[in-house]
Structure formats: structure tokens, C-alpha cells
Design a protein around this ligand. Structure first.
Ligand code: ACO
Length: 322
């Protein structure tokens, strides 16, 4: 079987920084509440004429600058997003065109906050099958475009961002066994409405913004992720104390702390992006990993567990060695 190697990474966020005090002018909330209930200090929002495709391109450019990789032989582009500039054409096709990758196939994958991890699983599979050699995986979202700024229980959470990785065929692969799974029965607990007015007969709020049952998602995330961390470690022949860094989707710092509490995994060994960027959906894992690598925290040979979870409800993960 051909081996897959994650060899380069980059990230991008918009320039406009949004601090917690901004929400104090909009809704009944405080900086103290936001920080203590979510961990978030700040996040970045796109301008009106700035979209997910722009962040995708910036994240890839950051990766190219930092790792001096070439893109002209990329043969597949996978963009994970739930906030494309438009439903069609895909963001992946826009990236293919703007960054000039003539040989690349291109499509978007759709798994909300688990989407980047699904992209990595897919890229590994394409390389293992021998059909592709160099796959660009991007996780990018502009949740500020689908935020209900009058809903104080959700609007403070979301930020915009993108992260990109290159996954190549190599004699020395560094992406281990993967997990994927879903609890589709909980779809109505976290959605953005589209054409249909119901899910499984349950009426939806038809405002095209994120609607969530925060408490249910919180509980599911803690239980499911704690369980799947153990499954994923075992699948890779490791115990949790052999994992150097855990990179879960950054939805809420309290979710991360509760998962650590549940599993005994040290919270100091978590790479998060929630505090400085908010919940950036598909981008949260690659942003946290990118910063962990750039800051020198993640060293060559470190074992890093990636585990995305979110809308669907769905999850996916893997263990890689940097
Ligand atoms: N400011 C002040 N008070 C608030 C705010 C706010 N922004 N939001 C809620 N409150 C109030 C509530 O009204 C409630 O008041 P009450 O007791 O008088 O009714 C009180 O604070 C506590 O509310 P809870 O809902 O119990 O707050 P909780 O601690 O559960 O935090 C939160 C809410 C942050 C939403 C949390 O449940 C959470 O993070 N859930 C997970 C959400 C998530 O991960 N979503 C993923 C979406 S992204 C994607 O997948 C695309």
C-alpha cells in the first residue's frame, strides 16, 4: 500500500479582529461571561467582500512560503467547508484556478467541524489506492456569514479562518490509522437551514444561520470525543500517554477541558485555536496544528492526534507523526 505523508501546513485569518467587547454593544453579554464559558478572547471576521475562497488561497500561500513546496504537480484539491462563496462552483475549483494547478482534480467535502479531518482521511485513501500522488487538503469557513448576531447563545462563538496541508505519496508515511463516524439522528441539534423546512419531520428555523442546541452538542462532544480518543489510540497501537499532542476541533475551551478530565489526558498537551480565533469550524484543527508547529512546540517525530467533531453530527480523526 502506498504511504501518505503530511509534509507542509499553512493558515490564514482575515485582518478584522473582533474582541469580546464588540458583543457587549450588540447583545446582553460580557467579556467575563464569554471568556469564562467558552475560553474565547478574540476572533477574526471577514469583510463583506471577503469570502471563504480568499482565505483558502491565503492559507495555501502561507504554506508555500513557509515550506517552499511546489503546487504544479498537485493532482487533487479537497476543500472542507460549510460556507462556500456560493454552492457552485466549488471552493476547490476556485483554488485550482487562482493558484494555477493545471493537473488537479477538485471538489468540496461537507462535514462541518469534522470536515478537515475527513479531508485528511480521504487524501490518505486516494494515495493508498495509488490513484493520486499529491493532495492539497484545505479546511476553511467563514461562519460570521451564517451567524445570527441576535442569538447570544451562539453568536459570540464563531470566527473565520482557513488551514491548508499537503499530503504526498512517500516511502515514509506519517499518517496512521483513521476513524470516521456519525450520529445522523442528531442533525437537528446543529444546523444551517437550506431548501427543506424540516429534518426528519422536525421544523427548522429557516433563517440560514447556525442554530444549535448548545447543551446537547456540548454533552455529545465530550462523551464521543473521550470515547473516540481511546479507540483511535488503540487502533494505532498506542496508549493515550504516548500521544505528544492532541488537536481536537476547537469548539469551546470547556469542552476540551471536560474531555481531558474524562480521559486523564493532560490539558497542557492540547493544541487549541479557540482562545485567539473562536470556533473556526473546518479551519480550527489546521490552525492549531500550524501554530503548534510554527511556535516550535511540535517537534519532529512527535505523535499528534487529530480529532474533528461537529455538525451532522459527525466525527473523524487520525494519529500522525510530525
Ligand atoms: N452572554 C451572557 N449570558 C449568556 C450568553 C451570553 N453570550 N449565552 C447564554 N447565556 C446565558 C443563558 O441564557 C443562561 O442563562 P439562564 O441560566 O438565565 O437561562 C446561562 O447563560 C447559561 O447558559 P447555558 O446554555 O447553560 O451556557 P453554557 O455554559 O452551556 O454555554 C455554550 C453555552 C457556550 C453555547 C455551550 O453550551 C457550548 O459551547 N456548546 C457547544 C456548542 C458547539 O460546539 N457548537 C458547534 C457549532 S459550530 C459547527 O459545528 C459548524
Amino acid at each position: 500500500m502506498n504511504q501518505a505523508r503530511l509534509s507542509a501546513i499553512g493558515m490564514a485569518v482575515p485582518e478584522k479582529q473582533v474582541v469580546n467587547s464588540f458583543y457587549e454593544t450588540l447583545i446582553d453579554t460580557t467579556d467575563e461571561w464569554i471568556q469564562s464559558r467558552t475560553g474565547i478572547k478574540t476572533r477574526y471576521h471577514t469583510e463583506q467582500d471577503e469570502f471563504t475562497s480568499h482565505l483558502c488561497v491565503k492559507a495555501v500561500q502561507d504554506m508555500v512560503e513557509r515550506f517552499q513546496v511546489t503546487l504544479d504537480d498537485v493532482d487533487m484539491i479537497i476543500v472542507s467547508t460549510v460556507t462556500p462563496d456560493q454552492p457552485m462552483p466549488s471552493m476547490a475549483c476556485q483554488v485550482q484556478h487562482r493558484l494555477n494547478m493545471p493537473r488537479a482534480g477538485a471538489f468540496d467535502a461537507y462535514a462541518a467541524c469534522a470536515g478537515f479531518s475527513y479531508g485528511v482521511v480521504l487524501a490518505k485513501g486516494l494515495i493508498a489506492a495509488g490513484t493520486h500522488q499529491k493532495v492539497l487538503v484545505i479546511g476553511a469557513d467563514t461562519l460570521s456569514k451564517v451567524t445570527d448576531f441576535s442569538d447570544r447563545t451562539s453568536c459570540v462563538l464563531f470566527g473565520d479562518g482557513a488551514g491548508a496541508v499537503l499530503i504526498e505519496a512517500s516511502e515514509t508515511g506519517n499518517i496512521g490509522d483513521c476513524i470516521t463516524g456519525a450520529n445522523g439522528e442528531s442533525g437537528p441539534d446543529l444546523y444551517i437551514s437550506g431548501f427543506a423546512e424540516t429534518i426528519d419531520g422536525q421544523p427548522l428555523k429557516m433563517n440560514r444561520t447556525i442554530v444549535q442546541n448548545g447543551k446537547k452538542v456540548f454533552k455529545w462532544a465530550v462523551t464521543k470525543v473521550a470515547e473516540q480518543m481511546r479507540v483511535l489510540a488503540e487502533k494505532n497501537g498506542l496508549s493515550l500517554d504516548q500521544i505528544d499532542w492532541f488537536v481536537p476541533h476547537s469548539a469551546n475551551l470547556r469542552i476540551i477541558e471536560a474531555i481531558c478530565n474524562e480521559t486523564g489526558f493532560p490539558v497542557e498537551k492540547v493544541l487549541e485555536s479557540i482562545v485567539d480565533y473562536g470556533n473556526t469550524s473546518s479551519a480550527s484543527i489546521p490552525i492549531a496544528l500550524s501554530n503548534g508547529i510554527q511556535s516550535g512546540k511540535v517537534k519532529k517525530g512527535d505523535k499528534v492526534m487529530l480529532l474533528g467533531f461537529g455538525g451532522g453530527l459527525a466525527f473523524a480523526g487520525t494519529v500522525m507523526e510530525w
